[in-house]
Ligand binder design. Structure first.
Ligand code: SF4
Length: 366
């Protein structure tokens, strides 16, 4: 194993491409303690002792969704008492609660695929947010929402993206990637073809110069080969346009989901899986996709710190007002900027606040 792992290290450190078989080997046979130092070495070469974070909030503007994924505890059909859709005024009020008080520079805005909303709602929504908060980077809509709006409006995804960009949309989050394999998606209740659709919407955005994020959801019914294929699909698209700003692997949260009831997956993936996915994604993406983000929201602050030592170089955000994870029964709360700064500094590293486009806002020297 030592010789094979050393060859992987040499390939990754010199900027070469790790193969599918090597990725599966790292998932199945290499102890985490051996992957961590390789990932950390690459990470430190890319960003030195700097670890970035963003002051952001997540606004889930509607929980009504007609996709109904089996792993999701957040969606409602529209008939339940707690179904909701925020008006534009309510969205502005919600942003106002956090924007000035916490110096928010990124708004992550997404919700369900709500069939009653049309393109005009989104254009008016983004225009008004942009008018009221001109320095706020709007990081909005999943590929599922974008596909649905384009079909409903009978325009191409590219034309829709141009309209949304003109209205104020700056970047697109990577939600909905899960695992691209159709076999897996069938089992977790995602429509067949939706993995290809995710890649296609992202490619349309990248071709227009709109930057996006990428993600992977692990810890359900996927195999190591499925994860390898997922990572390689993202790497392939990144080589074409360089349009992904960051990658975040996160673990399935089973609480209150149909997948939990049907598959008997009662527990989320443990620390080894969380850190292994961070480390392997760093080794696979290297400088090609330089930002790997911790998923502190699902794993807590302590695991966020460990992720930094296993290849991540971006903390993610303060995430005020998130509602999707609490729907699983897991209370996460908000994270003050000061806590992130303290958590990074206590690792002997330098926190750098960034904006939505990863431009430096302020460095907090040790
Ligand atoms: S994950 Fe998104 S698309 Fe799937 S049911 Fe939940 S809100 Fe709808």
């Amino acid at each position: 194993m030592d010789a094979r792992l050393e060859r992987i290290r040499e390939t990754a450190v010199s900027g070469g491409k790790v193969s599918r078989e090597e990725i599966i080997f790292m998932y199945d046979y290499v102890p985490l303690s051996r992957l961590g130092p390789i990932a950390h070495e690459i990470s430190r070469e890319i960003s030195g002792d700097h670890v970035s974070f963003v002051s952001n909030m997540i606004l889930n503007y509607t929980n009504i969704c007609n996709v109904r994924c089996h792993f999701c505890a957040f969606y409602r059909t529209g008939k339940e008492e707690d179904s909701y859709t925020l008006s534009i005024d309510q969205v502005i009020d919600e942003i106002s609660l956090y924007h000035d008080k916490y110096g928010i520079t990124q708004l992550l805005i997404q919700g369900g695929v709500n069939p009653s909303l049309d393109l005009e709602y989104y254009k008016d929504l983004f225009s008004e947010i942009h008018r009221r908060f001109p320095r706020l980077g709007i990081h909005g809509l999943s590929t599922s929402e974008i596909s649905f709006i384009s079909k409903k409006s009978r325009i191409t995804v590219a034309d829709l993206l141009k309209e949304l960009r003109n209205a104020g949309l700056q970047t697109i989050p990577g939600a909905g990637a899960e695992i691209f394999s159709d076999e897996v998606r069938k089992k977790i209740g995602r429509p067949a073809g939706s993995g290809k659709e995710w890649l296609s919407v992202m490619e349309s955005a990248h071709a227009l110069g709109i930057k996006t994020s990428a993600t992977m959801m692990f810890g359900h019914v996927e195999s190591s080969g499925d994860k390898a294929d997922h990572l390689l699909s993202i790497r392939e698209l990144q080589e074409k346009y360089g349009g992904f700003l960051s990658f975040t692997p996160w673990n399935f949260e089973p609480g209150n989901t149909r997948l939990q009831h049907e598959s008997g997956i009662d527990y989320r993936a443990g620390g080894d899986a969380v850190l292994r996915n961070i480390a392997i994604s760093r080794i696979v993406f290297g400088r090609e996709l330089p930002i790997i983000q911790t998923s502190w929201l699902t794993n807590g602050v302590g695991m966020g710190q460990l992720a930094i030592m296993f290849g991540a170089n971006d903390w993610g955000g303060t995430i005020y007002d998130e509602k999707v994870i609490p729907a699983t029964g897991r209370e996460v709360g908000n994270l003050r900027k000061e806590t992130i700064i303290r958590s990074i500094k206590s690792l002997g590293l330098v926190p750098v606040e960034r904006d939505n486009l990863y431009r430096e806002v302020r460095t907090f020297s040790a």
